[in-house]
Design a protein around this ligand. Structure first.
Ligand code: GAR
Length: 192
C-alpha cells in the first residue's frame, strides 16, 4: 500500500509545491493524502486545489481552548489514515493529543542549522548573529520548540549582501530538495 502523507501549512506553501512537483514528476514515493492549514488565506491551499489534493482549514482563534484545537486537528489528520505528517511552514505548535497520536511520525523543517537559531525567525537570527554558514534542518517533532531528533541538514552560505529575505529564499531552495529526499527516505523505511 502507498505511503500516505498529510502536509500542514500556514502560508506560501512553496515546500508543499516541491512535494507536489516531485509527485507529478514521479519522484515522490508517497501519496499526498491531504493538506491542512490553520490559515484560510494560505496560498498553499490554492496549490493543493490546483493539484487535486483535498484540504481542510482549521484556524486557531486566539484565546480559545488550545487543547480542543489540538484534538480537532488530530481528528482531521487521523481521518485521512496517514503514515507521516509533514509540517511544511506550519506556524503553530502541535499539542500533546496530536503528539500522542502522531509522535515519531511527524516531521518539520526549520530554516537554520538546529540547534542554532530555533523559533520563528531562524534566518533573521542567523544574520543578526553574523554566522557565515546557516542552512536548513528536517527534524522529528517533539513537545519542544524545534528540539526534536535531527533527521537531515543542508548548509547554506551567508553572503555579504544578504538580507533576511534573500537568505531565507536561498535556504528554502535547499529545504525543498532536503524535504523531498527525507520523505522518500522515511517512505522507504515504511510505517514505523
Ligand atoms: C520554510 O522556510 C520553513 O522551514 C519555515 O517556513 C518556511 C515556509 O515556507 N518553517 C518554520 O519556520 C517553522 N517554524 P513556504 O510556506 O514557502 O513553504
Amino acid at each position: 500500500m502507498a505511503f500516505r502523507i498529510a502536509v500542514l501549512i500556514s502560508g506560501t506553501g512553496s515546500l508543499l509545491q516541491a512535494l507536489l512537483d516531485a509527485r507529478d514528476a514521479g519522484a515522490l514515493d508517497a501519496d499526498i493524502a491531504v493538506v491542512g492549514s490553520d490559515n484560510a488565506a494560505a496560498q498553499g491551499l490554492a496549490r493543493a486545489a490546483a493539484a487535486g489534493v483535498p484540504s481542510f482549514v482549521h484556524p486557531y482563534v486566539k484565546g480559545s481552548d488550545r487543547a480542543a484545537w489540538d484534538a480537532e486537528l488530530t481528528d482531521l489528520v487521523a481521518a485521512r489514515d496517514v503514515d507521516l505528517v509533514v509540517l511544511a511552514g506550519f506556524m503553530k505548535l502541535v499539542g500533546p493529543v496530536f503528539l500522542a497520536r502522531f509522535g515519531g511520525r511527524t516531521i518539520n523543517t526549520h530554516p537554520a542549522l538546529l540547534p542554532s537559531f530555533p523559533g520563528m525567525h531562524g534566518p533573521r537570527d542567523a544574520l543578526a548573529h553574523g554566522v557565515k554558514v546557516t542552512g536548513t534542518t528536517v527534524f522529528e517533532v517533539d513537545a519542544g520548540v524545534d528540539s526534536g531528533r535531527i533527521l537531515a541538514q543542508e548548509p547554506v552560505r551567508v553572503l555579504a549582501d544578504d538580507t533576511v529575505e534573500s537568505l531565507h529564499e536561498r535556504i528554502k531552495v535547499a529545504e525543498r530538495v532536503l524535504l523531498v529526499r527525507t520523505v522518500n527516505e522515511l517512505a522507504a523505511k515504511g510505517n514505523p
